[in-house]
Design a binder for this molecule. Structure first.
Ligand code: F6R
Length: 600
C-alpha cells in the first residue's frame, strides 16, 4: 500500500512528483524516492523515513529532467530501508519503476531471473518487475511491459520509464488505483486524485489490465489484448483546497469539524416530504432477496454493523454484517437471492474488494457505499451510492464514518419503504437536522477534552454499550487506540460480568454509551458495577435516564434512537483526538497504519 506519482511534460518533473507525494503520504510513509530522466540517464534518490527526509536530500542535490516517477512506501515485503525503497532500477540503470500492490508470484519469478544471471538489490516483490522488463526488453518498452505483465500474478499500479525511450512513461494497473491527469503541456499520474489537483481537474480512470503510454503531448490507452482504445476524461468536481488543512492543526480535527457539512452534502436531495430517494437503486426489485450481507473493514465495518441492525429492525429480513477479511473464508451462503452491501471510504480496500468479487461471482446483487469517486469498489459493484464526505486525509476515519452511518440509515429506510413497510416519520423528519445537532456538540469540545484528561496516564480504557450503542463503542475504542495508542476494548455491557470486569480496578476509565431507550437502563446498571470497583466513568446518555454517582455524564440531544449513533460518534472522536494530543502523538499519521489498505 503505497503512493505513486509520474510526470512527463515540459517542466521539471521533480516539482510535480514531490507535491504529489506529499498529498499521498497518507498511503504510506516509511520511505520515499524519485527517479528523474535527464541528460539520457536515470538519477534515483530514495531514502528510508518520511518524505521530508527525501526532500532534504533533494534540496542539497536537486535532480533536473522532464520525465520522472515517485513513490511513498508502506512496507509489505522487506523492512523499510534505503534499498527496499522505490523506485527500483535494472542493473545498468536504463529502466526504472514504481509499484503499488503485491506481486504474489514474485519468489518464483525471482528464482527464474536469478537462474538467468540476474542479481537483486532489495527484498521487495516489486524489484522482479524491473528485472523482468530488462529481461524482455529488446527494442520496444511497451512490448516488454506486456510480456512482463503477462507473467505477473497479483495486484499492481505501475509507472515505468526508460532511457531507451526517453519521451514516455508507461503506466498500468490491476487491482490497485491509478489515475491519469491531463495537465498543461504534461500528462501526470498518481494513486489518488488530490496528488493531481494542483495540475489538473481532468482525469482518466484506468481500468484493470489496461495500459497507457504517456508523452508530453499525447496519451494512448490499450486494453489487455493490446488494442488501442479511446477513453473520455472526467472532470473532478472538488478542488485542492478541500484536501488541505484549512487552518486546523491536523487533518483529523479539520475532518471532525467538517462533519455537519459532509452530512448535509450526503443528505442533499435524498429526503423529500418524509420519503427517501436513492434513485441509483430504482431498478432493483428488493422483494427478490431473502437475506442481506454487509461487508467492510475497520471503521466501515462498525458503520455496517449499525446499518445492518437498522435494516433488520425495519424489514425483518435476515441481515448479517461481516468483516471483509473473514467473509471470503467463511463459506458465506450466497445466491441470486442475496443482496450484498460493501462499505468502504477509499473504495480500494483489498479485503472488501475481494469479498465483493466473490459475492458477485456467486450471483449476489452488490451495492457499494463508497466515498472516493471512481474507486475500484464503486466501479465493480452493480450499484453505487456515494457518501459525500470529500477527501478524507487523516488516517483515522471520522467524517467518512458518520456519512456512512447517514447513508446506511437512508438505505435501510429506502429498502423498507420499497418493501412496503411504514416508516417512522420522526426519523426522517429529524435526519435533515442532524448536522445542527452535531454543530452544537462540537461547541462542547472543552467537555470532551476534559474527559480525555482522565486517560492521560492510562494504558487501557474500557468502552461499553448494548445494541446499536455497541457499534458506537467499538468505533470509539478503535479511534482511541489508533490515534493515542491507549489500549481500548469495547464490550457488550451485559458481557462485563462474564469476564472483563476482572480488569477493572481503582482508577480504570470506563466510557459507556447508553442511548437506546429499551436497553439504556441496563447499561447504566452495569456502570454501577464498575464504579463499585473504583472505575472512573464517562457516560453518554439521553435526558430522562436515571443516573446516579456518575460525575461525567453527558446528555446527548434528543433525537430518534437510531440517530444517536451519529451524534455519539462526535464526542468519542474528540476524546480520542484530545488524548492523542495530550500524549504527543502524530494524530494524522498513526504508527503502522496507512489510509488505504490495498493489501489483504
Ligand atoms: C480507522 C480506519 C480503518 C478503515 C478501514 C477500511 O479509522 O480508517 O479502520 O475504516 O481500513 O477502509 P475503507 O473504508 O477505505 O475500506
Amino acid at each position: 500500500m503505497c503512493g505513486i506519482t509520474a510526470y512527463v511534460g515540459h517542466q521539471d518533473a521533480l516539482t510535480f512528483l514531490l507535491q504529489g507525494l506529499e498529498k499521498l503520504e497518507y498511503r504510506g510513509y516509511d520511505s520515499a524516492g524519485v527517479t528523474i530522466l535527464g541528460d539520457q540517464k536515470l538519477s534515483t534518490v530514495k531514502t528510508k523515513g518520511r518524505l521530508q527526509d527525501l526532500i532534504t536530500i533533494l534540496k542539497a542535490q536537486p535532480l533536473h529532467g522532464h520525465v520522472g516517477i515517485g513513490h511513498t512506501r508502506w512496507a509489505t515485503h522487506g523492512v523499510p530501508s534505503n534499498l527496499n525503497s522505490h523506485p527500483h532500477s535494472n542493473a545498468d540503470e536504463t529502466i526504472s519503476i514504481v509499484h503499488n500492490g503485491i506481486i504474489e508470484n514474485y519468489r518464483e519469478l525471482k528464482d527464474e531471473l536469478m537462474a538467468h544471471g540476474y542479481t537483486f538489490q532489495s527484498e521487495t516483490d516489486s524489484e522482479v518487475v524491473v528485472q523482468m522488463l530488462d529481461y524482455y526488453y529488446s527494442d520496444d518498452l511497451l512490448a516488454a511491459t506486456r510480456q512482463t505483465l503477462a507473467r505477473i500474478e497479483g495486484s499492481y499500479a505501475l509507472c515505468i520509464l526508460s532511457t531507451h525511450e526517453p519521451d514516455k512513461i508507461i503506466v498500468a494497473r490491476k487491482d490497485s488505483p491509478l489515475i491519469i491527469g491531463e495537465a498543461q503541456g504534461a500528462y501526470v499520474a498518481a494513486s489518488d486524485i488530490p496528488a493531481l489537483l494542483e495540475y489538473t481537474k481532468n482525469v482518466y480512470f484506468l481500468e484493470d489490465n489496461e495500459l497507457a503510454v504517456l508523452k508530453a503531448d499525447s496519451i494512448t490507452f490499450y486494453n489487455q489484448q493490446g488494442q488501442a482504445i479511446q477513453k473520455e476524461s472526467v472532470e473532478i468536481p472538488y478542488d485542492l483546497e478541500a484536501a488541505q488543512k484549512d487552518g486546523y492543526d491536523t487533518f483529523m480535527l479539520k475532518e471532525i469539524y467538517e462533519q455537519p457539512h459532509a452530512i448535509a452534502e450526503t443528505l442533499r436531495g435524498r429526503i423529500h416530504e418524509n420519503k427517501v430517494y436513492l434513485d441509483e437503486l430504482q431498478n432493483i426489485d428488493f422483494n427478490q432477496y431473502h437475506q442481506v450481507y454487509y461487508v467492510a473493514c475497520g471503521t466501515a465495518y462498525h458503520a455496517s454493523l449499525c446499518g445492518s441492525q437498522v435494516l433488520q429492525k425495519l424489514t425483518r429480513l435476515p441481515v448479517t454484517a461481516m468483516v471483509a477479511s473473514e467473509f471470503r473464508y467463511n463459506d458465506p451462503l450466497i445466491d441470486e437471492k442475496t443482496l450484498a452491501i460493501f462499505v468502504s471510504q477509499s473504495g480500494e480496500t483489498a479485503d472488501t474488494l475481494a469479498a465483493l468479487r466473490l459475492a458477485k461471482s456467486q450471483g449476489a446483487t452488490t451495492i457499494a457505499i463508497a466515498n472516493v469517486l471512481g474507486s475500484t469498489i464503486s466501479r465493480d459493484a452493480d450499484y453505487v451510492l456515494y457518501t459525500c464526505a470529500g477527501p478524507e486525509i487523516a488516517v483515522a476515519s471520522t467524517k467518512a464514518y458518520t456519512t456512512q452511518l447517514v447513508l446506511l440509515i437512508l438505505l435501510a429506510c429506502y429498502i423498507a419503504d420499497r418493501l412496503g413497510f411504514v416508516l417512522d416519520a420522526k426519523l426522517l423528519e429529524e435526519l435533515p437536522h442532524i448536522s445542527d445537532h452535531i454543530a452544537h456538540l462540537l461547541e462542547d469540545h472543552e467537555r470532551f477534552a476534559k474527559y480525555a484528561k482522565l486517560l492521560e496516564d492510562q494504558r487501557d480504557a474500557y468502552f461499553i454499550g448494548r445494541n446499536l450503542d455497541y457499534a458506537s463503542v467499538l468505533e470509539g475504542a478503535l479511534k482511541l487506540k489508533e490515534v493515542s495508542y491507549v489500549h481500548a476494548d469495547a464490550y457488550v455491557a451485559g458481557e462485563l460480568k462474564h469476564g472483563p470486569i476482572a480488569l477493572i480496578e481503582e482508577g480504570s476509565v470506563v466510557i459507556a454509551v447508553a442511548t437506546q431507550p429499551q436497553i439504556a437502563s441496563k447499561t447504566i446498571n452495569n456502570i454501577q458495577e464498575t464504579i463499585a470497583r473504583g472505575a472512573r466513568v464517562v457516560l453518554f446518555t439521553t435526558a430522562g435516564q436515571e443516573v446516579k454517582n456518575v460525575a461525567n455524564t453527558y446528555y446527548l440531544p434528543e433525537v430518534p434512537a437510531v440517530l444517536q449513533t451519529i451524534l455519539v460518534a462526535i464526542p468519542l472522536q474528540l476524546i480520542a483526538y484530545y488524548t492523542a494530543c495530550i500524549k504527543g502523538c502524530d494524530v494524522d499519521k498513526p504508527r503502522n497504519l496507512a489510509k488505504s489498505v490495498t493489501v489483504e
